[in-house]
Ligand binder design. Structure first.
Ligand code: PMV
Length: 308
């Protein structure tokens, strides 16, 4: 019996990560890499999650595993009646800042209720995110469910940002994974010790994000690149950058990027470099490869594809 697959985007945060946890807006774009899921009704006593790459099926009544707890949370949030075998897969690297866990949560929520709109799907996927991240802002699930480019503010939801020029991004992996939860906790500790310093950084990020929105709407990718560079400086000041991140950003800028920064939680994971055209993108991807870093070109905004 063939069932349609539901799709959810991966994401790149263009500006505003971490500050977004404290109410500063952020801008994020969906990318075509993401997650897929489909729900097949079954006669079992409980629903089962079959995640590609995992050797065992996860039963929703399993109290031990986080993945099973997350799955149960989505089933409850979606108010599902009856039991399902839910198959899911993702082509996003985990722990890399590309929204792998949010995309899986959104794909599951959407597979269980394909008729729900993006905002409701994102809200249901938050039940999954809370199991893994403790204090998620919601930006990941919002952009994953909506696709395209969004301006997100915690507690206020999101607005679409219409870009007048295509946003071409080189996304590169430092090769180290990091835990979003512990990076968010590290910022919380820093904020307790140095509240003024952290608040000043957040206010700086707030104005960068506002200007970035205007730059995107005006199609001014050069201005957007500069704003991304400034955001990277403020993130480094919050101890979220690493040597590899700085190295990859430097290589990207030397090869002609308009701007480059970490994306997501930092402390490893991915960097995003904004480029004007494919030739520059190829140069950056080559420079990264020669230095031992993997990367790919993400053309955004990407609208979510309808179920196949
Ligand atoms: O590392 P990711 O892809 O989960 O991105 C997290 C973004 C943060 O702002 C660091 C956390 C959040 O909940 O918004």
């Amino acid at each position: 019996q063939s069932r349609p697959w539901s799709h959810a985007s991966g994401k790149v945060i263009l500006l505003g990560e971490h500050a977004v946890v404290y109410g500063v807006p952020a801008i994020a774009v969906g990318i075509s890499r993401g997650a897929m899921a489909r729900a097949i009704p079954c006669d079992e006593s409980t629903s089962v999650l079959r995640l590609e790459g995992l050797p065992v099926d996860l039963r929703a009544d399993d109290e031990e595993r986080d993945l099973a707890r997350g799955f149960r949370a989505v089933l409850e949030a979606a108010g599902v009646h009856g039991s399902f075998v839910v198959e899911a897969r993702t082509d996003l690297p985990p722990g890399a800042g590309l929204g792998c866990s949010a995309a899986l949560g959104v794909a599951l929520a959407r597979a269980l209720d394909p008729a729900a709109n993006a905002a409701l799907t994102a809200e249901r996927a938050m039940a999954w995110e809370r199991v893994f991240h403790g204090n998620p802002s919601g930006v990941d699930t919002a952009v994953s469910a909506e696709g395209g480019c969004i301006y997100f503010e915690r507690g206020r939801g999101f607005e679409r940002v219409e870009s007048s020029a295509p946003l071409l991004l080189c996304v590169g992996h430092t090769g180290t994974i990091s835990s979003t939860k512990s990076m968010v906790e590290a910022v919380a500790r820093l904020r307790e010790r140095r509240p003024e310093m952290v608040e000043k950084s957040f206010e700086g990020i707030r104005s960068l994000v506002r200007n970035a929105r205007l730059a995107i709407e005006a199609g001014d990718v050069r201005a957007l690149g500069q704003l991304m560079d400034l955001n990277q400086m403020l993130l480094s000041g919050l101890f979220l950058s690493t040597q590899e991140i700085e190295r990859m950003c430097g290589l990207a800028r030397d090869a002609g990027a308009l701007g480059a920064k970490l994306t997501g939680a930092g402390g490893g994971g991915c960097v995003a470099a904004l480029v004007e055209n494919r030739e520059v993108a190829d140069r950056i991807l080559r420079a990264w490869k020669e230095a031992g870093f993997e990367g790919f070109l993400a053309e955004t905004p990407d609208r979510n594809r309808p179920a196949e």
